[in-house]
Design a protein around this ligand. Structure first.
Ligand code: PLP
Length: 443
């Protein structure tokens, strides 16, 4: 047993020693295609020379300066770049070190916004079942994944959950997209009314749900209806694009495909592409103006807020993504990946659904394709597929979740934006071989 307290201490781990392009290499020289970019992180792959050079130069020049004394050039430049690419209004960036911190920050910004405007009674946060917003206690409290919450339930702040938008599992027979979206928006409105007018601070949702449900996009018209409900009740809309943002779904922000703009946007993973730990909240001018024009100070902060090296890494990643037109490439590669998944798994007896956007795609694993009956959770099919894929040189991101009380397994693919068509084809092949081998070996 090593001295590191690993997440799963009884499972032996390979040691990763090198990364190059879309591949990771372990200490025994084995090569793995990074088909999930870790957890949808490594958008530019590994060892990108321009990012490496930018990080090295920044460490040499200025590794750290506390933000109570100084701002830094890379932080300012990164904020400018993000503001320039985001819809009018989402003009202010607050930099943190992770996705969970971004979510915590957004919750606090929303709360302070209301207090500054004289609405101190707004304290509730509404979010959705089957969502994941991070593992720190505040983010976990609003998360709606029963499994991740269970152990810590007694520690979690009060939060309120409504149904996710997951047409495959949530839409009623005969219901159209519009009717389904309307019903969900109505559920949110009823929840806000039940909690009490002027007591709700924010509604939080992943634009495209990642870890807990596997690349689930909303039905058309869902977010505009949700937006309208929020507006009617003075509730801020916080979108969590920690996983689905920064080009991953084929547009720069995932919400661009939904016809809404949030008040607060949480970003992380693809922002720094894994070269440094960094997250961000992009805030609407009205939120920032209320705080700047009110008390004048945001009551929040961490030691590594706006870390110069993290910002330099993200600046370099984002500069390459923009210069090389990689978001458009994601959209194109995503169409190809979707087609490839459909041709390989479209009539697979144990694949119940193929879904996603851009390079954020998942297959749902089922015992019975026709009935959609899930595998017995005790079998941990998703974990078996992950292991079998890794043995075949493919890294993918599996999860078994509960979707409104119903268990299900899925495997997520979120490869680097620089992957080639051939590499993606091969990844799908490896995934197919892994799934077939797992199914053959099931009790
Ligand atoms: N929000 C979403 C949607 C996520 O997928 C994650 C991580 O998977 C987080 C927040 C938390 O991010 P982090 O693990 O960087 O704290």
């Amino acid at each position: 047993m090593t001295h590191i307290f690993h997440r799963t201490p009884r499972v032996p781990l390979q040691t990763a020693v090198r990364g190059e392009g879309c591949y990771l290499f372990d200490a025994d020289g084995r090569r793995y295609f990074d088909g999930s970019g870790g957890a949808a992180v490594s958008c530019l792959g590994h060892g990108h020379p321009e990012v490496v050079a930018a990080v090295a130069a920044q460490v040499q020049r200025l590794a750290y300066a506390h933000t109570s004394f100084f701002t830094s050039e890379p932080a300012e430049q990164l904020a400018d770049l993000l503001a320039g690419r985001s819809p009018a209004g989402l003009a202010h960036a607050y930099f943190v070190s992770s996705g969970s911190e971004a979510v915590e920050t957004a919750l606090k910004m929303a709360r302070q916004y209301h207090v500054e405007r004289g609405e101190a009674g707004r304290r509730h946060v509404v979010s959705r079942r089957q969502s994941y917003h991070g593992n720190t206690l505040g983010a976990l409290a609003i998360g709606g994944n029963a499994g991740r919450r269970a152990l810590y339930e007694p520690l979690l702040a009060e939060a309120h959950h409504v149904s996710p938008c997951f047409a495959r599992h949530g839409r009623q027979a005969g219901e159209s997209d519009a009717q389904y979206a309307e019903r969900l928006a109505d559920e949110l409105e009823q929840k806000i009314l039940a909690l009490g007018p002027r007591t709700v601070s924010a509604f939080v949702a992943e634009t495209v749900v990642g870890a807990t449900a596997g690349a689930v996009a909303p039905v058309p018209g869902y977010f505009p209806r949700i937006r309208a409900v929020c507006e009617r009740h003075g509730v801020l809309l916080i979108l969590d694009e920690v996983m689905s943002g920064m080009g991953r779904t084929g547009t720069y922000h995932a919400f661009e495909q939904e016809g809404v703009v949030p008040d607060l946007l949480c970003l992380a993973k693809g922002l720094g592409g894994g070269y440094q730990p960094i997250g961000a909240v992009l805030a609407a001018a009205r939120v920032v103006d209320a705080i700047v024009g009110g008390s004048g100070a945001f009551q929040h902060g961490h030691t590594y807020v706006g870390h110069p090296v993290a910002c330099a890494a993200a600046l370099a990643v984002q500069t390459v993504v923009e210069r090389d037109g990689l978001v458009a490439r994601v959209a194109e590669l995503g169409r190809g990946l979707d087609a490839r998944l459909r041709s390989r798994f479209g009539d697979h007896p144990h694949v119940g659904d193929i879904r996603g956007r851009g390079l954020f795609q998942a297959i749902e694993l089922v015992r019975e394709r026709d009935t959609g009956e899930p595998f017995d959770p005790a079998l941990q099919v998703h974990a078996r597929v992950k292991r079998a894929a890794q043995e075949r040189g493919l890294l993918c991101y599996p999860a078994g979740g509960t979707i409104d009380g119903r268990r299900g397994d899925h495997v997520l693919l979120a490869p680097p934006y620089i992957a080639s068509v051939g590499q993606l084809d091969e990844a799908v092949e490896r995934l197919g071989e892994a799934l077939d081998a797992v199914v053959r070996g099931l009790p």
